[in-house]
Each structure stands twice: as structure tokens, then as C-alpha cells.
Design a protein around this ligand. Structure first.
Ligand code: PEP
Ligand code: MG
Length: 883
């Protein structure tokens, strides 16, 4: 096996594209070297060697050692120095480098090869004994920490004591003999703590360091990081061994990091920091305050310390040229590490720089304008899920967060307000102009008005598809759900969090993007949909095949969604309208009616309200397709639950509380999600369907007259499992349609379709398609019914499943391609076999999830439908799926 790839002197065995073998750092070092840039010569041990190291019981293979030594001989030849020996000793850096960067997760050893002899030689050769002893003590400290496992603290203590004793404030004030003394103290510390001497043999040091870098792949923090970022363990890390160059060789030496453009604004301006007379670790450690690279940066930061541009103009000029060259070569903003050794510039690393969403937008658009990338490439450069950051206020990244609780990030954005415990209080506060966060154990449809009135919503129970989560996302209100570390004591109006107890009226901030609850008010950054956003979205729209609709229940939602670019409504959940204002009373009257006659009486009152809703919805959508779903939830969701609520409602309805209680109990279900809901309600109470159908058709007539645009309502029947269910409901709808058309003397085109939410419906799609004119995949229920996992209770164990590696993703957030996806594939294929022009869409929460949208593209769905604030995400993801 070829374990080692060398680079140096303008030649390299590897290339940038070899990241999988050489890791990101190694591949880019090879590439920079081939470009003729000044890179210290070195070698990369391939990442596969890391797995071999573990297979061999954490031992370094003979063959690998031989190849490394041969590579080091090459470095000796190029530099004219000898590793760990002679008058001009060669020192090495040993650094990790995985396929993707894992910042700060793994280990590095610098100045390797120093010992009691070479430190003298280095001092003579450099003409600077102080530098040599400083390097030696850095090496001992780093090696003891990384390889010998002694930690840093004891060394820092010694150094602090020495500085105190000598009356120095800064490290830079120690002279050669003072550093020499620190070295002797460090060595004594190691012997005392570990009963072994600091290794003097450079070969021992080398293999110790290589082994430590491999071992750091399995360190606890690296393992956690990989879990969080879905990085496979099998990748392993490569190891880069390079000739040291020194940024701590006096005042003409320096080390620093830079971005070729500003990573937070995207402005095309070199942006970075450096430290004079320092090694890389000093910049990261934040012990000294770094200086700006450019004059402009220095002025902007208000710093007194001179910029690199002023201080080292030649090195700065060369650095600027190299940055331009690297950016043009990689066609992306670069994050660069460099060192200047006595005026000579050396490049130590380059990679694509991490950036804020705003910066990503600006950089992509600028690069299109500069002719560097195509519009399609620009579309691919934006991570769709990050668009959330642009559409909502977010917490200023500079603030320190005082987290008092955490839960699931159910609806993005941040909000601040006084805490209230009931929907009524939220509504009252809003009318008084106060901003509130609504706290509930979990929300129910009865809380809708309070949710509307609140700035943000926090629940202590429930998952990503719980009522609170779905509704908040739909409204674009920040929401954290399932904050199990917090407790709501509603009786005493208290919220008990980590280390604090808050009472009604106290102010909190929730971060719905991070799932955090913070104490007090926190500075925010307001959203701004700049021109860059619009241009990228325009390019995305040109590229995509699928259309993007929205899940909207109200004209306000629909209006918001259109402003985000929605091309229709894929799901209007009619039941949400029944909670608005006074309607809940009429709805209850209908549910509590003794017989059909009583129900029809109440339905007659609901009809004009529904018609009005649909008319406004059709008017806002102005001829775009609108899918309206018939009533879906079990009826008891509309009824009061607690004794207090029952007493209140009974009073309002002129009923005996005990009679109401009896009715509520009669409607109780053990498993409501699998109970009397969906089309089952329509079959039990056809008069409800008739009312809804009439409202829809009459609204279509009214809206067509108002806007002049033809309205083609799409009526959707929920929770169908049998074709005969759909036949029954469709017959009712068709009959009403005929009535309304003859009354209005006008033809109305409409479609009747069904949701596919049950495995049986998916399997029997070819038969159901004989009656259904379209399918919309209700993947919330389909996931629930395929897995047999309650969507409302999943949060109790899904996180455990993820932590234990049983499943990778929450299937209620990102579609389970293998199981639920297979059912969708089957249904799409079978449905189209019967009706080849059948329109297929998805309206579960997955319709706004980029990975799921990709899947929808691969199986050829016509559209995805998602909550208004996710519409831009879906537009972008749908485009990326075809590019
Ligand atoms: C679904 O089940 O995916 C769906 C869209 O319907 P709801 O979430 O209202 O049950
Ligand atoms: Mg459903």
C-alpha cells in the first residue's frame, strides 16, 4: 500500500480532489504546492492508515514507518536540514486532517525533534537562543498534553509562577536563560507526574505524535462532533508532517489566519488577523490580541496596533496575490493559515471558508457577476435550511447566552416577551401592546388565538409535529417544543428552569432555531431580504421542475406564503378556521347536537363563515391552485377538557355541566389518531361534507366573479384507506357541485382527490386512483402509521434512538426513504398506472425538508407543499435536486 504522499519544491503526489485519501488539509497542501506556492515541504499519511492503526491495536505498522522515514528524508534533502540532529536540525509539525474539517476537535504537535542537544543547535543556527528555548518549552508542553496525556494546567501554573517570580507580565518578556529554566521545570514536572522522562529520541517523539493524532480521532469530543455532523467513523484522519517554519523568530516573523472575503458580510475584502513573533497556537488561544491584516480592517476595528499591510508590506503584497490566486483557483472564498518567518511568507493551509448565510448569498451572487461561477453553481452554494436565518429575527451571535432550558427547535427565529400561561392572557397582553411568550405543557387547537397573539411559543411536551410545532411554523412564529428540562407550574404561574424559577410577567427569549430558552431580553438581528436573496431565488426558480405550494389555513398565511413565492396552496386545514373567534361555539353546538337536524342547524350558521374564508383564500391566490381538505381531526378536539373549562362552556351553551361532561366522555377515544377522524367523520356525518363542499363551490363562484380569474378548487379527502370511502364522500361532493352550478348558472371545474396517509391507501393506490383525481402524500400520518409511532409521543424516545444509533434522523422531520419512501414510490407508480396525468404532491412537514424534497424530485412528484416560511427553502432545495 502507498501510505504516504509527499509534497515540496513545487511538486506533489496528491491533488485537491484527493480529499478522501489525504484529508482536506493534506489534499489542499498538495494542491498549493503544485501551484508553485510557498509551502513547507512535507508528507501526508493517508486516512486509511488511521483505521489500520486501530485494527492493529493502536500500533503503527512497519511498512508505514518506513514510508514516513523515506518521506522525511525527502524533506531533509529539500531543506538541507537533518531531522532531530546536526548543526541545522529539522523540526516537524504533526497535524491531523480529516476529510471534512472538525475544528479544534483533534490534536497537533509543533516543534517536534527538539531535545537537549537540538535546542542548542537551533539557537546557534537561528542566532537566537531565546527563540530556541521558547520553542522547546512549547514543544514539551504540547507533547506532554497531546501525547503523554498530562494536560495543560500544571504547565501554565509553572509558567505563571515563574513570570510572577521574575516580575514579568507577558511571555514575550522572558529571555533565553529564563526560558531554559522553565524547560527544566517542565521536564521535572513530567518526571514527577508520570515517572518517565520527556523523550529525547526524535524517532520516539515522532511515532508518539503520529499515534496521538490517530488516537484523537476517537477522543470523546471528536466522537461527539461526528455524531452531531453525521461524519462516519470509518473515514479516519490523515496525518500531515511538515517542516516547521517559525512565526516566533523575532519581529520580522508572524503567523495568522485570513479569509479571502468577509465571512460574516461577504464583502470582497481580505479579512483576517495575525500576531507578530508568535506561533499558530497563540492566535487560536486568544492570549494576545491579534492585529488586523489590512489597513481597512484595522481602521474598522478601531485598533491602534499596526496592520500587516503597514508592518510587513512586502509579505502582505505577496500574501494578497496568493489569496487572489487561491480564490480564483478554487472558485470559492478561502480560509487560509500562514506564517511569515523572517520576512518570508509560507502557506500552511487553505480551505473553503465557513460563512454566514448572508455572506454565502453575497459571495455567490458576486462570483456570478465576476464571471467566476455559473448561476446554477450559485444556487448549489446555498444550504437551503440556512435560509431560515434570513427570514426571521435571530439572536445577535455576539451575545453570551444564559440558557435556562432547552427543547426541540420547532419553528425558527427568536422572540422575546413576558411569560404568560394561557391563551387568554396572551390575547389580553397583545391588546395592551405587550409582547408575550405563551407557555403551555402542550397546545391544543383552542390555544390558536393565543398563539397568534404571542411573539413566541414554548411547550414542555411534544415533538416536531406536535400541534404547537406545526401551527407555529405555519404562522412563522418562533417556537421551542418539548423543553423537558423545564417545568410549568400553571397553578402558581411559575416556570421552573435550570437554576431559576420565573413567574408570570418575567421576560424570557426563545431561540426557535436552536431550541433554547434564555433568560431576559437578548439583542437581535432583524431579517433583511436583500437583492442577493431575490437573485438567487430567481435562478433557483428557473432551474427547478417541481412547483412549490404552501400549507396555509388563513388568508394571512396565504398572503405571507405568496410573498415568499408560493405557487398555490397544497393544504388548507379547514378545522383551523373553526377555532377563530366565536366560531368555536357554533362548532360545539354542531358537535353536541342530539340529531342530524340539530347538526344541520349549526352547520347552516357555519356555512357563511366558511364561504367567507374560502372566498378570501381564493381571492388572495388569484387563480393559483388551492387544495382544501375536509374536516380531519376527531370531534372531541373541539370540546373542553378540564372541569373548569367544561363548567364555563356549559354555562355559555346553556347546558348542565354534567350533561356536557357526559357528551365529552362519550366522544373520548383511547387512540384518537387512529380513531373517529378523517373521512370517517364525513361518512358518519355527511352533512358536514355537504356544508364544506357548498362553502367551497359558492366561494369559487364569488371569487371568480371578484377577481375574473377562474378558480379550480381541489377538494381533498383525508385519511382514506378504502376506495369505497372515497366513492361515498365524492358522491356527496359531486351532488353539491351540481346544485351550486345550477343555482349559479355557472360551470365550476374542480378536482376531488385524496391524501395518502395510510399504508393501505399506498398499496391500493391503483384502485383509489380510479376515484381520486390527485394524491397528496400526508407524510406526517403516513410516517406515524408506517412506523406505528405516535407523532405526538415520539419525542419521548426518538432522541434516545438517535443517541444510541438505532436511527439516524427523526423520521417525522426527514423522510424515511427506505420505508415510508417506498410506500410513496409504490403509490405514485400505481396511481399513475391508473391515471397517467395524475397530479402528485406532498403536504406533510417533510415538504419543507431539503433531503425529503430531493427524494420527491427523484420519484417525480409534481409539487411540494410546506409552511409559508419554508417556501424559499423548498424553492431552493427543489432547484438543487435537479441541478
Ligand atoms: C399529514 O398527515 O401529513 C398531513 C399533512 O395532515 P395533518 O398533519 O393535518 O394530519
Ligand atoms: Mg394527516
Amino acid at each position: 500500500t502507498k501510505w504516504v504522499y509527499t509534497f515540496g519544491n513545487g511538486q506533489a503526489e496528491g491533488r485537491a480532489r484527493d480529499k478522501e485519501i489525504l484529508g482536506g488539509k493534506g489534499a489542499n497542501l498538495a494542491e498549493m504546492c503544485s501551484l508553485g506556492l510557498p509551502v513547507p515541504p512535507g508528507l501526508t499519511i493517508i486516512s486509511e492508515a488511521c483505521s489500520t492503526y486501530y485494527k492493529n491495536g493502536r500500533k503503527i505498522d512497519r511498512a508505514l514507518k518506513e514510508q514516513v522515514l523515506a518521506g522525511i528524508a525527502g524533506i531533509e534533502e529539500i531543506t538541507g536540514r537533518r531531522f532531530g540532529a546536526g548543526k541545522q536540525p529539522l523540526l516537524l509539525s504533526v497535524r491531523s486532517g480529516a476529510r471534512v474539517s472538525m475544528p479544534g476537535m483533534m490534536d497537533t504537535v509543533l516543534n517536534l525533534g527538539l531535545n537537549d542537544e537540538t535546542v542548542q543547535a537551533l539557537g546557534h543556527d537561528a542566532g537566537d537562543a531565546r527563540f530556541a528555548w521558547d520553542s522547546y518549552r512549547r514543544f514539551i508542553q504540547m507533547y506532554a498534553d497531546v501525547v503523554m496525556g498530562l494536560g495543560n494546567d500544571l504547565f501554565e501554573e509553572i509558567l505563571e509562577d515563574e513570570k510572577g517570580r521574575l516580575g514579568h507580565e507577558f511571555d514575550t518578556e522572558l529571555n533565553a536563560s529564563e526560558w531554559q529554566h522553565v524547560v527544566s521545570l517542565y521536564k521535572a514536572l513530567i518526571e514527577e507526574e508520570l515517572d518517565e522522562a520527556f523523550p529525547q529520541d526524535p524517532a520516539v517523539q515522532l511515532w508518539g505524535a503520529v499515534g496521538a493524532v490517530f488516537s484523537s480521532w476517537m477522543s470523546a469530543r471528536a466522537v461527539t462532533y461526528r455524531h452531531l455532523h453525521n461524519i462516519p467513523e470509518a473515514w479516519g484522519t490523515a496525518v500531515n508532517i511538515q517542516a516547521m517554519v517559525f512565526g516566533n523568530l523575532g519581529n520580522a516573523s508572524a503567523t495568522g489566519v485570513a479569509f479571502t472575503r468577509n465571512p460574516s458580510t461577504g464583502q470582497k475584502l481580505l479579512y483576517g488577523e495575525f500576531l507578530v513573533n508568535a506561533q499558530g497556537e497563540d492566535v487560536v488561544a486568544g492570549i494576545r490580541t491579534p492585529q488586523s491584516i489590512t489597513e481597512e480592517g484595522r481602521i474598522a476595528s478601531g485598533s491602534e496596533k499596526p496592520s500587516m499591510e503597514k508592518l510587513m508590506p512586502e509579505a502582505f503584497a505577496e500574501f494578497g496575490r496568493i489569496c487572489d490566486r487561491l480564490e480564483a483557483h478554487y472558485r470559492d472564498m478561502q480560509d487560509i493559515e500562514f506564517t511569515i518567518e523572517r520576512g518570508k511568507l509560507w502557506m500552511l493551509q487553505t480551505r473553503s471558508g465557513k460563512r454566514s448565510t448572508r455572506a454565502a448569498m453575497k459571495i455567490a451572487v458576486d462570483m456570478v457577476d465576476e464571471g467566476v461561477i455559473t448561476e446554477e453553481e450559485a444556487v448549489l452554494r446555498i444550504e437551503p435550511s440556512t435560509l431560515d436565518q434570513l427570514l426571521h429575527p435571530t439572536i445577535d451571535p455576539r451575545v453570551t447566552r444564559q440558557v435556562i432550558g432547552s427543547g426541540l427547535p420547532a419553528s425558527p427565529g427568536a422572540a422575546t416577551g413576558e411569560i404568560v400561561f394561557t391563551a387568554e392572557e396572551a390575547v389580553e397582553a397583545e391588546s395592551e401592546g405587550r409582547k408575550v411568550i405563551l407557555l403551555r405543557v402542550e397546545t391544543s387547537p383552542e390555544d390558536i388565538h393565543g398563539m397568534h397573539a404571542a411573539e413566541g411559543i414554548l411547550t414542555t411536551r411534544g415533538g416536531m409535529t406536535s400541534h404547537a410545532a406545526v401551527v407555529a411554523r405555519g404562522m412563522g412564529i418562533p417556537c421551542v417544543v418539548g423543553a423537558g428540562t423545564m417545568r410549568i407550574d400553571a397553578r402558581n404561574e411559575r416556570l421552573i428552569g435550570v437554576g431559576v424559577t420565573l413567574k408570570k410577567g418575567d421576560v424570557i427569549t426563545i431561540d426557535g432555531s436552536a431550541g433554547q430558552v434564555l433568560k431576559g431580553e437578548v439583542p437581535m438581528i432583524q431579517p433583511e431580504l436583500s437583492g442577493d436573496f431575490g437573485r438567487i431565488m430567481g435562478w433557483a426558480d428557473r432551474a427547478r421542475r417541481m412547483t412549490v405550494r404552501t400549507n396555509a389555513d388563513t388568508p394571512a398565511d396565504a398572503r405571507a406564503a405568496r410573498s415568499f413565492g408560493a405557487e398555490g396552496i397544497g393544504l388548507c386545514r379547514t378545522e383551523h378556521m373553526f377555532f377563530e373567534g366565536e366560531r368555536i361555539h357554533v362548532m360545539r353546538e354542531m358537535i353536541l347536537a342530539e340529531d342530524e337536524k340539530g347538526r344541520r342547524g349549526a352547520l347552516d350558521k357555519l356555512l357563511p363563515m366558511q364561504r367567507g374564508d374560502f372566498t378570501s383564500l381564493f381571492t388572495v391566490m388569484h387563480g393559483l391552485p388551492v387544495t382544501i381538505r375536509l374536516l380531519d381531526p376527531p370531534l372531541h378536539e373541539f370540546l373542553p377538557k378540564s372541569d373548569e373549562e367544561i363548567a364555563e362552556v356549559a354555562y355559555a351553551m346553556g347546558m348542565e355541566p354534567s350533561a356536557l361532561r357526559q357528551r365529552v366522555d362519550a366522544l373520548h377515544e383511547f387512540n384518537p389518531m387512529l380513531g373517529h377522524r378523517g373521512c370517517r367523520l364525513a361518512i358518519s356525518y355527511p352533512e358536514i361534507v355537504e356544508m364544506q363542499a357548498r362553502a367551497i363551490f359558492e366561494a369559487a363562484v364569488a371569487a371568480a366573479q371578484e377577481t375574473g380569474a377562474a378558480v379550480v378548487p381541489e377538494i381533498m379527502v383525508p385519511l382514506v384507506g378504502l376506495r369505497s370511502e372515497l366513492d361515498y364522500v365524492k358522491a356527496k361532493i359531486d351532488a353539491v357541485a351540481l346544485d351550486v352550478m345550477s343555482e349559479a348558472r355557472m360551470r365550476i371545474d374542480y378536482l376531488v382527490g385524496t391524501m395518502i396517509e395510510l399504508p393501505r391507501a399506498a398499496l391500493r393506490a391503483h384502485v383509489i386512483a380510479e376515484a381520486a383525481e390527485f394524491f397528496s402524500f400526508g407524510t406526517n400520518d403516513l410516517t406515524q402509521t408506517t412506523f406505528g409511532i405516535s407523532r405526538d409521543d415520539a419525542s419521548a424516545f426518538i432522541p434516545t434512538y438517535q443517541r444510541k444509533g438505532i436511527i439516524e434522523h427523526d423520521p417525522f422531520i426527514s423522510l424515511d426513504f427506505d420505508g415510508v419512501g417506498e410506500l410513496i414510490r409504490i403509490a405514485a407508480e400505481r396511481g399513475r398506472r391508473t391515471r397517467n396525468d395524475m397530479k402528485l404532491g406532498i403536504c406533510g412537514e417533510h415538504g419543507g425538508d431539503p433531503a425529503s424534497i430531493h427524494f420527491c424530485e427523484t420519484i417525480g412528484l409534481d409539487y411540494v407543499s410546506c409552511s409559508p416560511f419554508r417556501v424559499p427553502i423548498a424553492r431552493l432545495a427543489a432547484a438543487q435536486a435537479v441541478i
